[in-house]
Ligand binder design. Structure first.
Ligand SMILES: CC(C)(COP(=O)(O)OP(=O)(O)OC[C@H]1O[C@@H](n2cnc3c(N)ncnc32)[C@H](O)[C@@H]1OP(=O)(O)O)[C@@H](O)C(=O)NCCC(=O)NCCS
Length: 190
């Protein structure tokens, strides 16, 4: 089923939206042809902690099931991606290069959730995260793990993630916090 985000120009007069009517945003699995669009989103949303184009290409190639895009009028405006693994230590930088990838792995490690600045604050990350979580429940994954900056803790809490604590990662020179979401009742610890 296609996901929808309702955006009307009247609510966002000073933004890039020029639509008079409601428009559809498609949340779909990534395709190889999305590489440039995904890299553009990544580069627009992160500084030195963002992934290189090569890393993004590798993620698309190896695990497209763990990579969703938000598309508006043929343009990629948001992304979410990660890896499947049985590894528990998500501070291992090599995970970002899909080392330890196992399609049947019980854990999903999120690498990136990003929405182009002009489209932020309109519920697009919410669409991406909800679809991502829903897909992984269907794949019977046990848990989703991520590290995020302190200012995003409350965002992920809204999706049921629990704070584990401060991460030992200093990726990109930042302070990171580890969060976890258990996907089914038998593995839930909350
Ligand atoms: C984080 C990011 C993806 C959010 O995208 P977005 O499309 O603006 O988010 P949404 O509009 O879907 O918001 C979803 C929910 O999170 C909340 N939220 C959004 N940004 C938030 C923030 N910075 N801090 C706390 N909560 C936030 C919203 O209020 C909303 O909650 P609600 O449904 O109760 O209103 C976007 O700000 C971004 O690309 N940031 C740069 C990249 C980055 O740092 N990503 C996080 C990596 S850990």
């Amino acid at each position: 089923m296609q996901e929808h985000a309702a955006i009307s120009s009247s609510a966002y007069k000073n933004q890039v939206f020029v639509y008079n009517l409601f428009v559809d945003i498609k949340i779909r699995q990534v395709q190889k042809t999305d590489l440039n669009g995904c890299y553009y989103v990544e580069g627009s949303c992160y500084t030195n902690e963002g992934a290189s184009k090569e890393r993004i290409a590798k993620r698309i190639e190896i695990y497209p099931e763990g990579f969703l895009v938000a598309e508006l009028d043929g343009k990629i405006i948001g992304i979410i991606n990660g890896t499947a693994t049985n590894a528990e230590d998500i501070t291992n930088e090599e995970l970002k290069d899909m080392v330890d990838f196992d399609k049947k792995g019980k854990n999903i490690v999120i690498f990136s959730v990003a929405v182009l600045p002009a489209y932020q604050g309109k519920g697009i990350a919410k669409l991406l995260l909800n679809k991502f979580i829903d897909n992984l429940r269907k794949l019977q994954k046990e848990k989703i793990i991520l590290i995020c900056k302190e200012n995003y803790l409350s965002l992920y809490e809204k999706f049921g993630f629990k704070l584990i604590g401060e991460s030992k990662s200093n990726h990109g020179g930042f302070r990171w916090f580890e969060m976890i979401l258990y996907l089914n009742k038998t593995s839930a610890r909350i």
